[in-house]
Write a protein that binds this ligand. Sequence first.
Ligand SMILES: Cc1cc2nc3c(=O)[nH]c(=O)nc-3n(C[C@H](O)[C@H](O)[C@H](O)COP(=O)(O)O)c2cc1C
Length: 355
Amino acid sequence: MRILALNSSPRRGGQSRTEMMLNCLVEGMRDAGAEVEIVNLHEKTVNNCMGCFTCWTKTPGKCIHKDDMTKELFPKWLASDLAVYATPLYHYTVNAEMKAFIERTLPVLEPFFEQQDNRTVHPLRQAPPDAVVLSVAGFIEMSVFDQISNYVNFLFGRHMRLLAEIYRPAAEALASIKDKKEDVFEATFQAGRELVTSRSVLTETLDRIQQPITDFQTFSQIGNLYWKTCIAEGVTPKEFQEKNMIPRPDSLETFMLLFPFGINVGVIGDRKVYLQFIFSGEETDSCYFIIESGNVDAKEGKKKSPDITIETPFEIWMDIMTGKADGQQIFMEQKYRVDGDLSLMMQLLQREKGN
Ligand SMILES: Cc1cc2nc3c(=O)[nH]c(=O)nc-3n(C[C@H](O)[C@H](O)[C@H](O)COP(=O)(O)O)c2cc1C
């Protein structure tokens, strides 16, 4: 099976969620024996359709543009058995790069009018490849894909077969939840295999790809802090990722939500560790974390005889947590206090670079 996989995300450097998902799908397809070519549309010139209808009149089947679409992509698309349209969801549908590609497939149609199921259609000049649509979105709910789904079913459902629609909501957030991300990626690989072996994707596989990663409350709390941090620090999401930053908590509640993501739970082995914070300054509350069997549970208030207690002004700890201040140096300057197992605390809170 010859497959052309089109990626229309403009993001590069490992940032694109569309690309991550597409790579998994393609790996699965190759694993099942398909010959797949990935085309990143941002590396190609695909001019906008001019609406001149030259491809229907003077040069039937041939576009007037002399760009990568005419010379390379349109012939490759026609020669494929299957085309994967992988697009980020922009304003609830395919993005402009993908739309430009789709519009430029006009030469595959003839100009005449026919009727099919009470709808006007143009007859095909040549047989186009079957279609698979893959899209990722920032929002958390599956219904965010309703419009693109309607569109691609209408578009691809008439002249070709739409074999599968693969949608991943909360795609930006997914990247920071390691176990869920791995499961979604594995399921996407599986979808690739299924498409080659049976030309469809099982409902169980789609359910795994679309699995919820959290509730709206947590999603929006962390997401809003993330954007506030980007604005306050003047960084783009790409720079945020490159600088290995984390969102800055602005209350005890958001601290309790975010702090567990930075704990190296693996270092405690079979132990159960209580790590307590007593805050002063901007926040004067206390909380503690119960770290056990790879999990971290956050509780408000104080714990009797915790293993470690950190007494600190809230804003100082937030500077350390977000990498704005060096924890060890500030400790030497006695701006916060640690009671209990200091070396365990350092192991638990050591930040890995590049994650
Ligand atoms: C111009 C623009 C429009 C977007 N529109 C939506 C949208 O309608 N719904 C949504 O959930 N996310 C939307 N997003 C978020 C993207 O879908 C999300 O960031 C996705 O991860 C982008 O894919 P990529 O990482 O492959 O580039 C939009 C992003 C941009 C830049």
